[in-house]
Design a protein around this ligand. Structure first.
Ligand SMILES: *Cc1c(COP(=O)(O)O)cnc(C)c1O
Length: 233
């Protein structure tokens, strides 16, 4: 079941890329494994999964220890409290959910101490929703210019969870705004910052990954379509 679901989603990702005139190799598929037990994750690994996402540090740490992750990546995708920054940096290949300058500074401090360069994404609250974490799109330039110069961090791009809407074309409008923001930032010449490694746009989940790929997503985060009990499509 997990195997079939994974392969089906993988094929749908590639088809969506081709429909958008994009190279399927430039869109990564993350299997979101929060609350999923190890046995079912091993099934996904058997089907070829090589990128995993967890939204809590404690579960991330446990799975780092119990899964065969050599040659595979495990990312943190959920809100991170500042006091857990060191633990997250010790077990995450990438932290996609950096949502404040305070958190970025603390990550920088602990990574310098650990001698690690930590890949991060900045989470954007593209719908400016009061209850959601993330930088507002209007803040991005200013925040990025402060964060990109922090030692021990490499800003690899942007991540977003758009507002939940029934109508997929409205969701696509938020993906489109993210694409513009991403391209604007990449095109910018910032003082003493190299943006060469700013190459990741993480957006799209089970219900909307095809729309996200059409708008330039380079990494889709898919949970229920792979591990849910309901077969995908
Ligand atoms: C759970 C989660 C996902 C996956 O959502 P599905 O709808 O199950 O595919 C993606 N991103 C984040 C940040 C999540 O917490």
């Amino acid at each position: 079941m997990v195997r079939d679901n994974y392969l089906r989603v993988k094929a749908a990702v590639a088809e969506a890329a081709l429909r958008a005139g994009r190279d399927p190799a430039r869109v990564r598929l993350m299997a979101v494994t929060k609350t999923v037990e190890e046995g079912r994750i091993l099934e996904a690994i058997g089907a070829g999964a090589d990128l995993f996402g967890e939204n809590r540090v404690q579960e991330l740490e446990r799975k780092r220890g119990s899964l065969p992750l050599e040659g595979r990546e495990l990312h943190l995708i959920g809100h991170l409290q500042t006091n857990k920054a060191a633990k997250a940096a010790a077990c995450a290949d990438m932290i996609q959910s950096v949502d404040s300058f305070r958190l970025a500074s603390e990550l920088s401090r602990v990574c310098v101490k650990m001698g690690k360069t930590q890949d991060i994404l900045l989470e954007v609250n593209i719908g400016n929703e009061p209850a959601k974490f993330g930088f507002s799109p209007e803040q991005m330039d200013e925040e990025l210019s402060k964060i990109a110069v922090l030692p021990g961090l490499r800003v690899r791009g942007l991540m977003t969870i758009p507002p939940f809407l029934e109508n997929l074309s409205e969701t696509a409008e938020f993906f489109s705004r993210m694409r513009k923001l991403f391209i604007d930032i990449r095109g910018k010449k910032m003082d003493n910052i190299t943006m060469e490694s700013f190459d990741c746009l993480s957006m799209g989940m089970s219900g909307d990954f095809e729309a996200a790929i059409a708008e330039g997503s380079t990494l889709v985060r898919v949970g229920s379509a792979i591990f849910g009990n309901r077969a995908y499509h």
